[in-house]
Design a protein around this ligand. Sequence first.
Ligand code: FAD
Length: 435
Amino acid sequence: MTSPDSPHVAVIGGGICGLAAAHRLAHRGTRVTLLESSDQLGGLGTFFAHEDRWIERFYHCIMPSDASLLALLGELGLRDAVRWRETTMGMVVDGRHHAFNSALDLLRFSPLRLPNRVRFGVVSLLLRRLGRGRDLDTLRTEDWLRGLYGDVVWEKLFAPMFGSKFGPAFGDVPALYLWQRLGRERNVATRGYPDGGYKTIIDALRASIERAGGVVRTSAPVRRLSSTGDRSVLAVADGEVIEARHVVSTVPLPQLRRIADDALAARLPRTDLPYQGVVNAVFFLRQPVTEHYWTPVLHSGTEFDGVVAMSALAGPHDGRHLVYVMHYTDRESPLYRDDDTAIAARWSAQLRGLYPQLGADGIEEVRVFKAPFVEPVYPLGYLAARPSVTVGGTGLLLATTAHVYPDVTSWNSSVGLANSVVDALAVQPAAAPAR
Ligand SMILES: Cc1cc2nc3c(=O)[nH]c(=O)nc-3n(C[C@H](O)[C@H](O)[C@H](O)COP(=O)(O)OP(=O)(O)OC[C@H]3O[C@@H](n4cnc5c(N)ncnc54)[C@H](O)[C@@H]3O)c2cc1C
């Protein structure tokens, strides 16, 4: 239970990072208030109502290596609510469908000639080991992968796959990001999904924070933030002011800069990092189109770059099969700014083109969701340039996707970051409690 004498901590943002931080603080006896601007918690993991079910706006799954997240789920009594399934991967290249899981699949993978298939298999087996002990943070992904796999594999497979995630600067992202990603997904076949969806976790976190005496507020956008050594002032909507000894901000750095007052903004780390956003559509299909959970779509004339068949992991619902398609892009790009209805119409036609079995009435419904800030496009040498979680001379701590690198942005890395920020807060010098 929180102590009324403990210094007040405000958490900005009710995504998984803010929820995990507030949960941890409240259970340490800290007086905590979480402020979320939208009317729902969950951030990028949030949901929408569809008939009697809650569905994630963006596809999400849990990996067996997600230790921090699984430990948190254990604390919430939800560890056994994760349903694990063996999943498979497909690949569509030039409109043709391929399975992409076993050595046999690779030997049959016709987009590459046989010598390249063999090279692909051997290098992929050794890739994690080949990266050990190397300074991958200052090595371009393109240079590393071209050197190991050769030009054909880079151009045919990796360039479109990385381009879909990081945009035109894809080749420049540090090879360390890929290496780390391979570590997270080393047991790629097994994935988890929580019973009742991610809303179950979000609801449990809110309940746990409130049980421990914390306050969780939605529709409470922080519009202005000032912070000095012993006092932070947060202006919320309608002239309301909240004071806190410390603030943990989980909002992307460019958004934080917009709400910081001039004195605080001058102390914030650089925010000229480009960020990728995402355009993503959720399809409700009357029939399954693929047994593969994850299918990159390359050189096939679609605006989206991949298909995630959520039903392959979470099962169908009332006979409907859920499929997500996505394109990561800058928030200023023509696609991002395009009208949702127009995107839904074009992407429906493109999905039918990929899976002709859908026919004219195979798609029951489609919803388009966008997010402007998913993660930064990390520059070379970012490990050294990565901003600190503390902002000197202020009571502000930062816990954002710009801080999780080289870990992959995920619920797991956000929970790990929240844990370390709360630990950093515990060793901050004590000061006079905020009035
Ligand atoms: C398409 C897609 C697929 C993904 N797939 C997976 C997956 O399979 N597995 C996985 O683990 N992760 C996945 N992720 C990544 C994961 O969603 C993110 O890494 C994680 O949700 C980041 O959480 P966060 O709390 O750091 O940030 P966010 O979720 O962005 O939360 C920040 C919160 O701050 C709020 N906010 C912003 N400004 C203010 C303000 N001024 N005042 C108050 N509140 C404010 C926002 O509304 C938001 O709720 C995926 C992401 C996307 C987009």
